[in-house]
Design a protein around this ligand. Structure first.
Ligand code: ADP
Ligand code: MG
Ligand code: MG
Length: 250
């Protein structure tokens, strides 16, 4: 599904990603870990196509298509979802209306008509029940006065409704409390299927007790220096990152 070859990227002229290779297949959950400043969020942003980042070398393929030239919006239409892509507060626009617009824009980009209101309501009902989201929450103004947990709930609801092919959840800097952790993990576990893939970015191993990854990659100074299975995350939790640096000589 996703194939990244020798990816180099910079921001404001400073090289951040220095040769990333990563392959993610449908049905897989990948965790990306690594110390602060190693480039995790940059990698997420580059995959999603955020404009501030310049790809200086290498390529990103989604389903055999080179997406490097596509704008963030077009990548979203192709099924790439990045958490916190829409963190803005919009007074007067409800959680539901926002997602309705996002879904219909995606459909329009594919040459489809708006989703019939009846189908939309059915989908909203199903997804919100699945994620145990209160009805009242759906009519609140987007992100206005949301607590940390509510922001997470909104994000996971957006993900559920948009049914992305590839969901990238960057949880590094948000200092997730147990409540938020459960919301995220629950959502991911309910939504993952053989047809989609998830990349979870986290500084801490704790989240991976709830979302069990198939593969774990460690990023250091813009490169993936080690890959393994969930055992690698446990070892990192117990021993930190220093042994990896010694092992790979960075
Ligand atoms: P991580 O998510 O692993 O903590 P980041 O990708 O956020 O790491 O950051 C990697 C490096 O890139 C850091 O040195 C950071 O300061 C720098 N960086 C990231 N985004 C920007 C930006 N928009 N402008 C300037 N520097 C940035
Ligand atoms: Mg950081
Ligand atoms: Mg980060």
């Amino acid at each position: 599904m996703l194939k990244i070859n020798d990816l180099h990227a910079s921001v404001e002229g400073k090289a951040i990603l220095k040769g990333i290779n990563l392959e993610v297949n449908a049905g897989e959950v990948h965790a990306i870990m690594g110390p602060n400043g190693s480039g995790k969020s940059t990698l997420a942003s580059v995959i999603a196509g955020k404009e501030e980042y310049d790809v200086t070398q290498g390529s990103i393929f989604l389903d055999e298509e080179d997406i490097d030239e596509l704008a963030a919006e077009e990548r979203a239409h192709k099924g790439i979802f990045l958490s916190f892509q829409y963190p803005v507060e919009i007074p007067g626009v409800s959680v539901t209306n926002f997602i309705r617009t996002a879904i219909n824009e995606t459909r329009k980009a594919k040459g489809l008509e708006d989703m019939p209101g009846k189908d939309m309501l059915k989908m909203i009902r199903e997804k919100s029940e699945m994620l145990e989201i209160d009805r009242k929450f759906l009519s609140r103004s987007l992100n206005e006065g949301f607590s940390g947990g509510e922001k997470k709930r909104n994000e996971i609801f957006q993900m559920a409704m948009l049914e992305p092919k590839l969901a990238i959840l960057d949880e590094t800097d948000s200092g997730l409390d147990i409540d938020a952790l459960r919301i995220v993990a629950n959502g991911v576990n309910k939504l993952k299927s053989k047809d989609n893939a998830v990349i979870v970015i986290t500084h801490y191993q704790r989240l991976l007790d709830y979302i069990v990854p198939d593969f774990v990659h460690v990023l250091h100074d813009g490169k993936i220096v080690k890959s393994g299975t969930k055992e690698l995350a446990h070892k990192l939790e117990a021993q930190g990152y220093d042994w990896i640096k010694e092992e790979v000589g960075v």
